[in-house]
Design a protein around this ligand. Structure first.
Ligand SMILES: [Zn+2]
Length: 493
């Protein structure tokens, strides 16, 4: 290995030092860098492109299902934040405050939004007069700030992060539930169909739901290091925000009614989950669905074959581009093919096409898959269809590997020792009957920092929406008391 390729390559190991490895991949694959202030990052073009891919998919689905985009101020007056007391208490230690504008002290402090219910709800109240105004579905793409004093981990733990937050109002609780499931389903779809990450779908335990919410639903993704990532949450807020902010409407009989509201959010943590799930010791691995470059063509020439090889490669690049493939012809003179292979590997380009004099003579192309180096040869004439099929194969390989990890890592346990031992040894999820008492979570949390990340849902419609199914065993896996709920314990990001 030359010095140059050593500098390019990843030096940490995913299995031995996942934290260090992750930080190195994010920086060396040019996704993000650290800002001068602790807790903030700079998102680089290749990292932002991943966010745009997620954004494009979700934004399209939101609009197809009745959502309008809006933009509200990043500051919230303190008196507004205080109108819903659970929000104040829930976010209190993490709120950043503006107290001065220019040289003048402000009469009222302004919170930098930790989430926007408190600024959006009063306007929804203004805009909602009659049942004909409902449902009202608003979404904004923005950043929020939560001043957590933890070690910075790009896309996982930063004080400011990008997300979307949806806010809706409905005439009935059934309408609100339907909304909650629609958005949770779209989050599930973005993980599974766009990011190639299977997720578990469920709700958060009562003590861990969004401040002020009736129910918080979640999609959870299992990372290869055995920890769970909360991938996106969709909250049924019941009537608490509608009551606090007077979101009322005249029903069909002209009677005044209080609305039901929901909110739902997915952040750039999805990028963190993406990097963590698929990448390896050679660098970034991306599914073709989101890869800024899907195909890298590397021509391999000697002086006497250069013109022929380049011409052949250029024609193939044009054909692929015309077919809508994001393709890069890497015809840089000063780099040898080995260096180029390493660089495209590090950057997570899903498919590499190698073209040398041999390929030109035989009218063929050599294709190499990024995730596993699987190599095959295809006819030049059928290259567009072949590339399409290979990109699909690569997506399937990534999804199947992640699915296997998930399936192998949901285990049952029926005593505190068993829960602790199983998570300690294997990580992953431990499924156990639970009495519903937070104290039982504490027992596990104190010993190994694992908590209840998810409870499976019995029924996603009707009057029992949000209830969890009855466990087969009826004794709490921690205290042994009667249990009528199921809980999934895991360590989490
Ligand atoms: Zn218990």
């Amino acid at each position: 290995m030359s010095d140059e390729s050593q500098e390019l390559g990843i030096t940490e190991s995913k299995s031995h030092k996942p934290g260090e490895w992750y930080a190195e991949v994010v920086q060396k694959a040019d996704l993000a860098d650290y800002a001068p202030m602790g807790g903030f990052i700079v998102t680089k073009p290749r990292g932002y492109a991943l966010w745009e891919a997620i954004q494009d998919a979700l934004d399209g689905w939101f609009k197809e299902t009745g959502v309008d985009n809006v933009y509200f101020p990043m500051f919230i007056p303190e008196s507004y934040l205080e109108r819903e007391k659970d929000i104040v208490e829930g976010f209190d230690p993490e709120v950043a405050w503006v107290t001065q504008g220019g040289h003048d002290e402000l009469e009222e402090r302004l919170a930098v939004r930790p989430t926007s219910e408190s600024i959006i709800a009063p306007f929804m109240a203004d805009w909602t007069r009659s049942h004909r105004d409902l449902p009202m579905r608003l979404n904004q793409w923005c950043s929020v700030v939560r001043w957590e004093a933890t070690e910075t981990k790009p896309f996982f733990r930063t004080k400011e992060f990008l997300w979307q937050e949806g806010h809706t109002a409905h005439a009935s609780n059934e309408g609100a539930w339907e909304e909650v499931w629609t958005r949770l389903g779209q989050y599930e779809r973005v993980y599974e169909d766009v990011l190639a990450i299977p997720v578990l779908r469920g709700k958060k335990p009562e003590h861990d739901k969004f401040p002020g919410a009736d129910t918080t639903t979640t999609v959870e993704a299992l990372m290869p290091d055995g920890k769970s990532v909360q991938g996106g949450t969709s909250h049924n807020l019941g009537q608490s925000f509608a009551e606090a902010f007077d979101i009322t409407f005249a029903d069909e009989d002209e009677e005044e009614q209080t609305a039901y509201t929901t909110s739902w959010g997915l952040s750039w943590r999805a990028i963190g989950a993406l990097v963590m799930t698929h990448s390896d010791d050679q660098g970034l691995v991306l599914p073709p669905t989101v890869a800024p470059t899907q195909v890298a063509i590397v021509p391999i020439w000697q002086e006497d074959t250069k013109d022929d090889v380049l011409e052949y490669a250029e024609e193939i690049a044009e054909d692929l581009e015309d077919a809508g493939v994001r393709v890069e012809l890497d015809d840089r003179d000063g780099r040898n093919p080995g260096f180029k292979f390493n660089e495209h590997e590090l950057n997570g380009v899903p498919l590499r096409l190698e073209i040398g004099p041999h390929e030109v003579d035989d009218e063929e192309v050599t294709l190499v898959h990024r995730p596993d180096n699987a190599e095959s040869v295809e006819d030049r004439d059928e290259i567009v269809d072949a590339v399409d099929e290979h990109l699909d194969d690569i997506f399937d390989k990534l999804y199947e590997a992640a699915e296997e990890t998930l399936e192998d890592n949901v285990r049952e346990a029926h005593s505190p020792e068993e829960i602790l031992g199983t998570i300690g040894k294997h990580g992953g999820y431990v499924k156990t009957p639970w009495c519903g008492d937070e104290a039982c979570e504490e027992v596990i949390k104190e010993k190994i920092a694992a908590e209840i990340v998810m409870q499976p849902l019995a029924d996603e419609g009707g009057s029992t929406a949000g209830e969890v199914p009855e466990p087969e065993h009826d004794e709490c896996g921690v205290c042994g008391d009667p249990a009528d709920e199921i809980a999934y314990f895991a360590k989490s990001y």
